[in-house]
Design a protein around this ligand. Structure first.
Ligand SMILES: [Fe+2]
Length: 431
């Protein structure tokens, strides 16, 4: 099978060729001659920007977003916020080819973060959907009812073509808006987004101003209300502020972004798995305990043997912090997790590990560094046909800007690297 990454314009060019089925190693070692270089630390868009506009009408639903709601792709979690009062938890939905309207009832949660009180955050799981079917859905009451639509994935199976968008470290700058627009206009038409962490960057504001979580929710609604984004948490989701009494890590994130973690027998929304089309996707948490005997470790060790490669030949791991990165910033931050988990990724022949965190693009060859033990000195990554390709795609466009400084010379494990804002598309269509 072939995998193709689709470029989306000059600044956003991320064209790489990759053969992952035939053990052909990519040791190009290319640092792109093109890299966006300017005083381009991009500012956040002001709160009165049109992309943050509040929908008209009293208590109108806002920040609408969907994600997969079960492990097989026959359920969708619809989430939204009502600002003034709880309103209705109900989603009305119907297949595009049917007049029959169905209803599903959700729940509502709120949270406080220091001096911020959230709106009413609704989560409703719609179950027993048909595969490969367009559905309309409505939320809200009376004249503030809002209507959206989504298309369910095809039935899980080995030869099911599917296209994922890959976006990471998005933030809410003018560049973030350009990245999202490029994604929306890309003719490759991503059908779902694998989001590699760091969503709103609200924590850049004093007291982690959670109003910036709300503005981010309104900003991305134009995509995520219509196709599922598969979430993973980054360091900007931790929101740990003990001096102000905020000692519960990930509080805003886990209240706002429900995921179907229980369907994969996970005990935390920060790590879970789903199947979608021909892919088995495992989401991990770089910022939760992952050492031996921890809940995340135990879950992953029991999860990997469950993957049936004749059903889902593509095994994808998503974690925010890259295990291989040859940019200077954040260098080796993922090393302890690599030491812990790389052996399992090789053993179970993970195809690709997707990460963000580093605000640039990089792709490795199939390499591993599992031969090393504390005495033998074999500490250089080597070509390994059972190892994943590692992709860093943390270049969505947030306010921290791009990272240009690279480890030189380019390590052999690094196949391609380029510091430009953008996103990627990943598909299993034969080319
Ligand atoms: Fe990060």
């Amino acid at each position: 099978m072939g995998m193709k990454w689709v470029g989306v314009g000059s600044v956003y060019l991320l064209v790489v060729g990759l053969i992952v089925g035939g053990l052909r190693l990519c040791n190009g070692g290319i640092s792109s001659s093109y890299a966006r270089r300017s005083n381009d630390i991009s500012a956040d868009m002001p709160l009165n920007s049109d992309v943050f506009a509040v929908p008209h009408g009293y208590n109108a639903p806002q920040q609408v977003h969907i994600t997969q709601g079960d492990q097989e792709g026959k359920a969708v979690i619809v989430s939204w916020v009502t600002p003034d009062e709880p309103g209705s938890n109900e989603v009305v939905y119907w297949a595009a080819n049917s007049e029959l309207k169905k209803r599903s009832m959700g729940t509502v949660v709120t949270y406080k973060y220091y001096n911020y009180s959230s709106g009413y955050i609704h989560h409703c799981t719609i179950k027993n959907l048909q595969y490969d079917t367009k559905y309309f859905y409505e939320i809200g009451i009376g004249n503030t009812t809002r209507q959206f639509w989504f298309t369910t994935p095809p039935e899980v199976g080995p030869d099911v073509p599917y296209t994922f968008g890959l976006i990471g470290d998005l933030g809410q700058t003018f560049d973030s808006n350009r990245t999202l627009t490029h994604y929306e206009l890309n003719p490759a038409k991503g059908q779902a987004v694998l989001f590699v962490g760091d969503l709103s960057y609200a924590d850049a504001y004093p007291l982690h101003d959670n109003n910036r979580w709300d503005s981010w929710g309104r900003f991305v609604e134009r995509s995520v209300a219509y196709q599922p984004w598969i979430w993973s948490a980054g360091n900007h989701e931790i929101d740990f502020l003990p001096d102000y009494g905020e000692t519960e890590p990930f509080k805003p994130y886990v209240h706002r972004y429900f995921v179907p973690y229980k369907a994969s027998k996970s005990t935390s929304p920060l790590w879970y798995s789903i199947k979608r089309a021909s892919a088995y996707i495992i989401v991990m948490s770089s910022y939760s305990a992952y050492g031996m005997y921890t809940p995340q470790y135990k879950w992953l060790i029991s999860e990997l043997p469950k993957v049936n490669r004749s059903e889902t030949p593509w095994l994808i791991v998503v974690m925010h912090c890259p295990l291989y990165s040859s940019y200077v910033h954040h260098y080796m931050e993922g090393e302890t997790m690599r030491v812990m988990y790389e052996q399992y990724f090789v053993k179970y022949k993970v195809d690709v590990v997707l990460s963000g965190h580093v605000h640039a693009y990089e792709r490795t060859g199939r390499v591993s560094n599992i031969a090393y033990n504390i005495e033998n000195g074999l500490c250089t990554p080597s070509n390994d046909g059972s190892a994943p390709v590692y992709i860093t795609i943390g270049d969505g466009g947030n306010q921290e800007g791009l990272l240009y400084e690279m480890v030189e010379p380019q390590p052999k494990y690094s196949a391609y690297r380029e510091p430009s804002f953008g996103h990627a598309e990943m598909n299993n269509r034969r080319t």
